[in-house]
Design a binder for this molecule. Structure first.
Ligand code: ZN
Length: 830
């Protein structure tokens, strides 16, 4: 019995969290009719792939809305390693955005969403490399857990298991799906899960084939099952492809806006495992009530309700729906009883025109604080409904009432809750603990798989509807009116009382000089008094040692300066700004992600910042920088004392260019800066007259010009994805490795994300090779750093990922980059 209770709670929360901080769902007559039709279907399908946006939204839309099976997308990652086309957020923050975009997509296509703990750590060529980083055992367990919890009849993968045809994460997702299919039903596997769930054996696994890499796959569809996912749904007034396009367009950070299509649209499935089908993946799978003991009568009763349903008077079926609810409540099948009770409660909420909302006075509150709440409840039907109780389960408090909700008369209840001192902050659960590069640390088994945190506070409202007790769960939300957007909802979250942000993400000390470091302190509540310190290892000197401060209003910010003197030697340290309030220490930063297409997200990271003292010699070259796709390198070069000028919008006249010693092209400048089609030669001539021209990586396709180098050179797709891949200095005596900084293999330690990408694949003998490196088991690549003398100057092409390493404060990357800048002043290079 205990086990049953735990499962029930988990399922309930899933339902609540799907409407977290959104405008409340409306239940028009068509939605109610569709929900009644769905009540007849008892089946589940799980779609499996690697990243947010891998999923086939059309197929998911079709299965969820036409077949009306519960359809979920299991994405192994949250897309942290991808790009962001709408703002500056990267890594964990981008993962939060893409998580929310997936949840937004599922609200449109009516699917559900699950994740594993895997981190999207960037590109990998082979699934073996993916598994090495992910911890295969744990990630496989996450999929097994969701299969046991969600109980899919059918699993569909986006990718197949042939290595080398696509991203390693993609292939890994298909391999894991097949392995999970084999063991989810095995009681001897992942036994620690069995205190919460039973084992489950899905019936079949299919691969949702594709031909976008034409050469890899045969186009003969005779052996495949096909589904027309382009059908039109009159109740929605849209085809499934049109709905899918709306859903797909939620992936704004990826620039995946999609245009709807109409008409026949085929999807193909290739049988992989389990029970094969001839025509239809569900032909041997019972999706109806017949498979449940006592289900036959329920099915007939739903038919009767459907035929009695009058769109003009939805509440007309209430008595029969309540009767049906009683029958379902008596079923022995725990899984379907709870799922169908949730569905039927939503239907009752819809047909009675109920609207219940619990609004907080502000969108944050701290542990121990009191929060004023406003509960609005209204019934828009003739049904007799009594509001009996309001229960804050997680707080252990509630209040009894006896209000009748009369037809179309708003009832407002003012309420006040006090958050316990032990309340946890609403940081996304996968970001609470520090994590490695491959897997998020999530200790609570019950959290694994969830799209996002459950609402900070859930309110259970007990209603008596025509004599029947029904509990409606609602999250506490915050809403306000925006003069432009209208009604704007956002999640209510539990937050720290104070935030301290070190304003730089990485603080670089290029020499021994003392630097000013600023810390902003922001109050999370009223009347705050505390002491601020900057914590660093003893080798760093800090003045003053602390500040006492007072902030009267919530949201008030004050800025404090510390003078920091670095140690003599090269050192990388972690610094944190600590606030002490009544003996309790806080070191949380405050960041907000706020876009219109997803609910606003507040994030409370530990405010740790890297302080780097470099062992660096540099010249005083004047640098011109041409921004490409956007990178942080100009800022990083300023941090170490260079004068850097952005030269995008000025005339490329010889006179102006010759004002610089060095001109650097930002990443992908040859892909994004159209004027280089005409002006690249001016830059090459700048080198000929004695300047240094440095090019960073560009993708090999869609170059604005092929004539970007003084001597022949061809870009390739060669990359080194393993950031620890050993680097050999091929030419130890080369000036680039000696002046002004003596470079050794040690300078390639601690690099992040990758070594480099799109290296030149072939080049003329005019270039000198300096470095060599390769991914494990692959051939050496020597095109990562090529140098040529040209006229009186120098030309350097380097695909090593300086744009990642410099912002991350990697000392060796700074030392080598400075040597590239200094090559024109190097006495031995002239
Ligand atoms: Zn992908």
């Amino acid at each position: 019995m205990k086990k049953l209770l735990i499962i029930l709670t988990a399922i309930n929360l899933l339902v609540v969290s799907s409407v977290y901080a959104q405008k409340p769902k409306n239940y028009n007559a068509a939605e109610i009719q569709l929900s009644l039709q769905k009540l007849k279907v008892l089946g589940n399908v799980l779609y499996v792939a690697a990243h947010p946006d891998d999923e086939n939204t059309r197929l998911i839309t079709y299965l969820a809305n036409e077949i009306k099976v519960n359809t979920a997308y299991f994405s192994f990652t949250r897309g942290d390693g991808g790009q962001n086309l709408i703002g500056p957020e990267m890594r964990e923050d981008l993962g939060v955005i893409r998580t929310q975009e997936l949840l937004a997509a599922r609200r449109i296509d009516h699917g559900q969403q699950f994740f594993s703990r895997a981190v999207d750590f960037g590109y990998s060529k082979h699934p073996d490399e993916t598994f090495k980083t992910w911890n295969k055992e744990k990630i496989l367990g996450d999929l097994v857990w969701i299969i046991r919890k969600f109980r899919p009849d059918v699993i569909i993968t986006r990718f197949n298991t042939v290595a080398g045809t696509t991203h390693g994460h993609h292939t890994a997702s298909a391999i894991l799906a097949e392995e999970a299919f084999d063991i989810a039903g095995d009681k001897s596997k992942y036994t620690e899960q069995l205190m919460y769930v039973d084992v489950w054996q899905p019936k079949a696994l299919y691969w949702n084939t594709y031909w976008w890499r034409k050469s890899d796959f045969q186009k003969d569809t005779s052996e495949l099952l096909s589904i027309d996912v382009g059908k039109y749904n009159a109740l929605k007034g849209l085809s499934y492809s049109e709905i899918a396009a709306l859903s797909r367009s939620s992936h704004r950070s990826q620039g995946f806006g999609a245009t709807g299509t109409r008409g026949i649209q085929k999807e193909y499935l290739q049988f992989v495992k389990g029970q094969n089908a001839e025509k239809d993946i569900f032909e041997k799978i019972d999706l109806g009530w017949n498979k449940i003991e006592g289900g036959k009568q329920i099915d007939l009763d739903i038919d009767q309700i459907l035929s009695d349903f009058d769109p003009a008077n939805p509440a007309g079926i209430l008595a029969d729906v309540l009767k049906l609810r009683k029958q379902i409540a008596h079923l022995n099948d725990d899984f379907w009883r709870e799922k169908k009770l949730d569905e039927i409660d939503e239907i009752i909420y819809g047909i009675t025109g109920l609207f219940i909302e619990v609004k907080a006075q502000d969108y944050t509150a701290c542990p121990g604080e009191s929060v004023n709440l406003e509960i609005e409840a209204i019934n828009r039907s003739d049904a007799k409904i009594i509001l009996k109780k309001v229960n804050f389960k997680s707080l252990g408090v509630g209040a009894g009432y006896n209000f009748e909700l009369k037809n179309n008369v708003t009832k407002q209840i003012d309420s006040k809750i006090t958050l316990p001192n032990s309340a946890v902050y609403s940081q996304p659960y996968w970001l609470v603990n520090e994590h490695g590069i491959g897997i998020f640390e999530v200790k609570d088994q019950q959290l694994i798989g969830k799209g996002e945190n459950d609402p900070a506070v859930i309110v259970d409202i007990l209603l008596i509807i025509e004599g029947e007790e029904i509990t409606i769960s609602k999250p506490v939300i915050y809403k306000r009116n925006d003069p432009v957007r209208g009604e704007v909802y956002r999640p209510f979250v539990i937050a720290p009382p104070v935030y301290s942000n070190i304003t730089e993400r990485v603080v670089i000390f290029a020499n021994h000089a003392t630097q000013e470091v600023k810390v902003d302190v922001k109050s999370g509540k009223e009347k705050l008094e505390g002491i601020l310190t900057l914590n660093l290892p003893k080798s760093w000197k800090i003045e003053p040692s602390s500040y006492e401060f007072q902030l009267d209003q919530k949201g008030e910010t004050s800025s404090f300066s510390f003078m920091v003197t670095p140690p003599d030697h090269q050192e990388t340290a972690k610094a944190s700004a600590m606030v002490t309030i009544e003996d309790k220490e806080y070191n949380y930063s405050h960041s907000e992600i706020n876009y219109e297409h997803i609910p606003a997200q507040l994030l409370f990271y530990k405010n740790e910042v890297k302080f780097v003292k470099l062992d660096l010699k540099r010249g005083d070259e004047k640098i011109g920088y041409i921004i490409g796709a956007g990178d942080n390198i100009p800022k990083n070069l300023k941090q170490i004392g260079y004068e850097v000028f952005i030269i995008n919008d000025i005339e490329f006249s010889d006179k102006i260019l010759d004002d610089f010693d060095v001109i650097i092209l930002g990443v992908r400048a040859l892909n994004t800066v159209d004027r280089l089609k005409f002006d690249m030669d001016k830059l090459i001539q700048f080198a000929h007259r004695g300047g240094t021209l440095i090019l960073q990586y560009n993708t090999s396709h869609r170059l604005v010009t092929e004539n970007f180098a003084p001597y022949p050179m061809q870009l390739s797709r060669d990359r080194i994805t393993v950031e620890e891949a050993p680097v050999t200095i091929v030419n130890k005596s080369h000036p680039l490795m000696n002046f002004p900084n003596k470079i050794s293999e040690k300078d390639f330690e601690g690099w992040v994300q990758e070594r480099g990408l799109y290296f030149p694949g072939s080049w003329s003998a005019d270039y000198e090779v300096v470095l060599s490196s390769h991914d494990p088991g692959e051939e050496s690549l020597e095109g990562g750093l090529l140098v040529a003398k040209y006229g009186r100057g120098h030309f350097i092409y380097s695909g090593y990922s300086w744009f990642r390493e410099l912002p991350a404060g990697i000392p060796g990357a700074f030392r080598i980059f400075v040597n590239m800048i200094s090559i024109g002043n190097n006495p031995t290079a002239k």
